[in-house]
Structure formats: C-alpha cells, structure tokens
Design a protein around this ligand. Structure first.
Ligand code: FAD
Ligand code: DHB
Length: 395
C-alpha cells in the first residue's frame, strides 16, 4: 500500500541535463518540483557522455549561479580545427560569431554541479526509483506512481509532469497521436579517455579515407578521443594498439604534428541515430531532451538541445503560475521543434560531411571534400557552421 501521497507543482522524471536544468529554472521562479530518477546518484554522476556546451548554455549556468567550477575547470576555445586532404584549417568562432566560444566542460561535471546545488537548496531528488507510471494526464491533477529505493510504493500528485527521462524512459509512450521520424547511420564512434597531456589547444575534427576522428579534451591530464567505427562494433575487438594506429593515421595528416599517447582507461562504443518525436505534450505531460529527440554526436548538440527544451517549458510554466494563461504551454511542442529540426539538420550535415562509408560513391566523396574546401575558404560558409556550432540563439 502506498504511503500518503506527496504533492508538488511539477513532477520531473529524469535527473539528466534536461530535468536538472528545469528544476533550477523553476526554483528560480519559486515553483516547487520533485525529481524522480531511476539510476543511483553515483551512476548519474559517473556516466561519461557529451563534452561541449553552447555559449547560451554557459551563460545560463552563470545566470543560475551554477558556473563557478565550470569557469575554473572548463576549457574555453576560440574555435575548432578541421583536418582533411592532408591539410589543417582553423575556424575562429570568436571572430565569426562576434565573440562566442566553444566550452568543453563534460556533462557529468555539469550534472555534479546541478545536483549539489539542488540538494544544498533543499530540493528533492529521489534516486533509484522503479516502475514509474503516469496517471490522469488529461486532468488538472495528474499523478505519478513509483517504487522508491527502499521498495516502498509511492504516489506523487502534481499540476504538471515533465517527462525528461532520456531515450529509454517511459514518458514518450504516453504522448498519444505522435509521429516519430528516424534516420540511422552506417557507423558509430569508439570513444576513449586517455591519461595524457593535450596534443592540441583546441578540438580537431578530421575526415580521412579510413574514417572520422575527433580530438577533444577533459583536463590538462586527461584527453577524450573518438574514432569512427562500425555501428555494432564491440569494444573488445579494439586493442589499444589498433586504436592508436587508427588515430595516428587519421589525425597525423599534417607535417610536424604528433598525437601524444597515454594510458587508455575507458573505452566505449556510441551508436548514432537521428530521431524526432513530433508531438511533445499530452494533457499535462510535457516531454523533452532525449525522450523526444536524438542527434548523432558530431557537433555536440545533444545536451544543449535538451537544456533548450527545459528553458521553453520553464517559460510556459512560469507564465501559467503568474497569469493563469496556458498559451506558452500550448505552444511548447512547436517552439521546441523549430530549434530541434535545425539542430537535427546541423548534426546530420556534420556527420555526413566528416564520416566516410562504404556506400558513399566516389562522386559523393568529391562532393564532401568540395563542401569542406568551401567551408574553410568562404567567410559565409564558415560563419554558418560557426553560428550553429556555438549555438543558435534561443527564440
Ligand atoms: P538523459 O541524460 O538521458 O537523462 C535522462 C535521465 O532519466 C537519466 O538519468 C535516466 O537514468 C533517467 N530515467 C530513464 N528512465 C527513467 C525512469 N523510468 N524513471 C526515472 N528516471 C528515468 N551528446 C553530445 O552532444 N556529445 C556526445 O559526445 C554525446 N555522447 C553520448 C554518449 C552516450 C553513451 C549517450 C547515451 C549520449 C551521448 N550524448 C552526447 C547525448 C547527450 O548526452 C544527451 O543528449 C543528453 O544526456 C540528453 O539529456 P536528457 O536529460 O534529455 O537525457
Ligand atoms: C565531444 C563530443 C562531441 O560530440 C563533439 O562533437 C565534440 C567534443 C567531447 O565529448 O568532448
């Protein structure tokens, strides 16, 4: 039997970037919320995922008073390097976008900062919950049932529910009448973490006939690198020797530049797909982040797009509680989708531009190289890439 039902204004499912940013945005407006998370606190803070923050995400963290450690430990780059056809080209985003930068501050560090600040201000995050189910979504009093980490049945009554529970969470299934769009790619990424000093002061994205490679960073002592691989490849088939050999060949296309090796202490394969759910609300339920859309990682949009949904939902909820008007909430799906489809386009474009695959004809290969050549020699083309990479402004 459930204990007496608990009550809050907004029930949030998922303590990922979307759920945690939403909680902070609501807290700033004096709106109460409770977060339910299926994984343990430790698991959430230790899962290695995205690394790059768009400029407005950085600004948002600062405006919420959450950016102190990011300013100290994050890496701020003027731009990125594109490497292809044996040449290296620097794109200076600060110049191209009027001062916006690339910030490398990993997702799990963002989550640590957001969770710590939420708990410090008395916010409720229930980790390790199971069997989350949503009820009465078309009423003004929806509720969530779940089993807590002690195996106790619980009920949470709310005014609204945010289903921000990632690609595998249950919330999306409650959105009736949705259409889902999906695009699969014939490759994945093998990601590694390495104990080594940086090989370069900025990110390098390389297109090579052997496949894509990306050099990123985590700290002065730890580097993050990615290698294009097959979509269902097994990490066990990638020895350290094979990984280094591929990385050297794909990245060292420029005279005088060498990749610094180190001990590889983490390896994982990331699948790639594009996915959009074209309806993001049902009654008093609003879904967002990876629950509603997925982008391939090239271009680092996933985390940022999830946070944008949280901003739009917080605006709608703030307007509702202040004025009783539901207009912004009614527009939530459409407002989010305008940004989502642009990020989908950009991630799809960057992915196709930089990866090679066996189904690509020699003609298509030439077209991609021409596209890259155009990008690095045309101010207009470079600006288009730069403004998407550092993040389009929020509507
Ligand atoms: P999530 O971060 O998935 O958070 C959702 C939360 O909901 C999770 O903590 C989950 O445990 C919880 N949850 C799920 N089901 C339930 C339930 N039933 N009850 C309660 N809670 C539940 N993006 C990039 O831009 N660059 C990258 O390099 C990159 N690498 C990635 C690597 C991996 C392996 C993955 C999976 C994603 C990667 N992404 C990357 C994407 C990026 O991390 C996501 O877009 C981002 O995490 C989305 O945030 P979110 O809050 O919507 O979802
Ligand atoms: C990282 C991930 C990306 O997808 C990307 O485009 C750039 C950097 C990273 O994890 O550092």
């Amino acid at each position: 039997m459930p204990i007496a039902p608990a009550r809050t204004q907004v029930g949030i499912i998922g303590a990922g970037p979307a759920g945690l940013f939403l909680a902070h945005l609501l807290h700033r407006q004096g709106i109460e919320c409770v977060i339910l998370e299926s994984r343990s606190h430790e698991d959430v803070e230790n899962t290695i995922r995205a690394g790059v923050l768009e400029q407005w995400t950085v600004d948002l963290m600062l405006s919420l008073g959450l950016g102190e450690r990011m300013l100290r430990e994050g890496h701020f780059h003027r731009g990125i390097t594109l490497r292809f056809a044996g040449e290296s080209h620097h794109l200076d985003f600060e110049d191209l976008t009027g001062g916006r930068r690339v910030t490398v501050y990993p997702q799990h560090e963002v989550l640590k900062d957001l969770i710590a600040a939420r708990l410090a201000s008395g916010g409720e995050i229930h980790f390790g919950v199971r069997d989350v189910k949503l009820h009465d979504l078309n009423s003004k009093r929806p509720h969530i049932t779940y089993t807590d980490e002690n195996g106790q049945q619980q009920e949470l009554h709310c005014d609204f529910i945010a289903g921000y529970d990632g690609s595998q969470g249950p919330s999306r299934q409650y959105v009736e009448g949705r259409t889902e769009y999906q695009h699969l790619y014939p490759f994945g990424w093998l990601g590694i973490l390495v104990e080594a000093p940086p090989s370069h002061h900025e990110l390098i994205y390389a297109r090579h006939e052997r496949g894509f490679a990306l050099l990123s960073t985590r700290s002065p002592e730890i580097q993050r690198l990615y290698l294009q691989c097959g979509p269902t490849d097994n990490v066990a088939d990638y020895s350290d020797e094979l990984i280094w050999s591929e990385l050297h060949q794909r990245l060292e296309t420029v005279d005088g530049w060498t990749l610094t090796e180190g001990r590889i202490f983490q390896k994982g394969v990331i699948g790639m797909r594009s996915f959009v759910c074209d309806r993001m609300q049902h009654g008093r339920l609003f879904i967002g982040g990876d629950a509603a859309h997925i982008v391939p990682p090239t271009g680092a949009k996933g985390l940022n797009l999830a946070v944008a949904d949280a901003v739009y939902l917080s605006r709608g909820l703030e307007c509702f509680y202040r004025t009783g008007q539901q207009t912004l909430l009614d527009q939530y799906t459409n407002t989010c989708l305008r940004r989502i489809w642009k990020a989908e386009r950009f991630s799809w474009y960057m992915t196709n531009l930089l990866h090679t695959n066996s189904t690509e004809s020699p003609f298509e290969q030439r077209i991609r190289l021409a596209d890259l050549d155009y990008l690095v020699h045309s101010q207009a083309a470079a600006t288009a890439l730069a403004e998407n990479y550092v993040g389009l402004p929020l509507d």
